[in-house]
Design a protein around this ligand. Structure first.
Ligand SMILES: NC(=O)c1ccc[n+]([C@@H]2O[C@H](COP(=O)([O-])OP(=O)(O)OC[C@H]3O[C@@H](n4cnc5c(N)ncnc54)[C@H](O)[C@@H]3O)[C@@H](O)[C@H]2O)c1
Length: 338
């Protein structure tokens, strides 16, 4: 049995708590949040103890896993605290705001011999897993091009609007668009060779990103990520992946969500089960990806198996690439990656 303490009872804290409550080998032993009422209401819902001081939960002897669902600028401080208390750690993405911080976090976890998982959920999201499987099997030949899109209304749910602060969240580039950058690195098993990025800013915040990646094997990826759309604009994640023998088209707002158009004329519409995310307050209604992700981490911690789907070093590399995208925008030029 894994005894988990959740730090942060906001959007992601409530999503993770909902998943853990459905995993038979996990017990939520406490939920901490500096907003007392948030900790209390989530702890009451999941019949556990509320903490206002996260250190008390981290240092509880019977806790073996700390799940960090805090604003990104606090990840480093709390990952280091949890590692030094010898707890295994699951931390929300992005790993950190700088590569230096990410490296320090990885080093401290290694030194304290604790497991360190970064929750890059797309790697576990059914329609993205499906694409990865098609790519790895070469089911439709080589991948030629891929367009990816992630757009959202302004995220106004966050504590003290930390998501709208460039210093605290890194804006849509580091907070939202990193999902697709990370998935591309995972899909193609390599970093891009060239990056060209344009970013539209709003009051100093990186609000809308357009990037073109060129990979060594010739794949061209075009990726858009923006979070300053009107409040009535539906959240959307989507991709169109053109292979030699078929095009795979996914859109989270369509039903069916994914259609495969083969050059032979055949059309395939695989069915993906959705799991309702009841009672969570952000922009995502499907618990599915989070469920498969946390089940994977917990299973690998219980059986002491190395994480293969995502390592902290890969999460660091994804952060490094989004920061290179920013560099391309600031230089106004395409940049080469070593
Ligand atoms: N994987 C995804 O799809 C996804 C989606 C949204 C957010 N995220 C990530 O999850 C993390 C949390 O984002 P969120 O949307 O849940 O934010 P949020 O603002 O909804 O929740 C953060 C919570 O942390 C609490 N908090 C702040 N400082 C604290 C402290 N020192 N001690 C204890 N509690 C403290 C706040 O009161 C708040 O309840 C971020 O890193 C974000 O990038 C991931």
């Amino acid at each position: 049995m894994i005894k988990v303490g959740i730090i942060g009872a906001g959007f992601m804290g409530s999503m993770h708590a909902t998943v853990y409550s459905q995993l038979p080998d996990v017990k939520i032993v406490g939920i901490a949040d500096i907003r007392g009422e948030k900790a209390k209401s989530l702890a009451t819902k999941f019949k556990t103890i509320a903490y206002f001081d996260p250190d008390q939960l981290i240092n509880r002897e019977d806790v073996n896993l700390i799940d960090i669902c805090l604003p990104t600028y606090l990840h480093k401080e709390f990952v280091i605290k949890a590692a030094e208390a010898k707890k295994d750690i699951i931390c929300e993405k992005p790993i950190a705001l700088t590569v230096e911080d990410a490296n320090e976090m990885i080093k401290v976890c290694e030194k304290n011999k604790v497991r360190f998982a970064i929750a890059h959920v797309l790697r576990f999201w059914p329609e993205y897993k499906y694409l990865k499987d098609i790519y790895d099997r070469g089911a439709y030949g080589q991948l030629l091009t891929i367009s990816m899109r992630r757009v959202s209304p302004l995220p106004t749910w966050a504590w003290q609007d930390w998501l709208l602060s460039q210093e605290k969240s890194g804006g849509a580039l580091v907070d939202l668009h990193i999902h697709d950058t990370d998935f591309l690195l995972y899909l193609l098993k390599t970093k891009p060779k060239k990056i060209y990025t344009k970013i539209k800013r709003k009051n100093g915040l990186d609000a809308h990103v357009f990037s073109i990646f060129t990979f060594e094997n010739g794949v061209i990826a075009e990726v858009e990520g923006g979070f300053d759309f009107p409040s009535n604009f539906p959240f959307e994640m989507s991709y169109t992946a053109k292979f030699e023998k078929a095009t795979v088209d996914f859109n989270s707002n369509k039903s069916p969500s994914l259609i495969i158009y083969e050059h032979s004329g055949k059309i395939d519409k695989p069915v993906f089960q959705k799991i309702k995310a009841e009672g969570v307050e952000g922009n995502i209604e499907d618990l599915g990806g989070y469920f498969y992700e946390l089940r994977y981490f917990v299973d690998h911690i219980i059986h002491n198996k190395p994480f293969q789907v995502i390592t902290p070093e890969e999460a660091r590399d994804s952060l490094e690439i989004v920061l290179k995208e920013k560099e391309s925008d600031l230089k106004g030029a395409e940049i080469e990656i070593d």
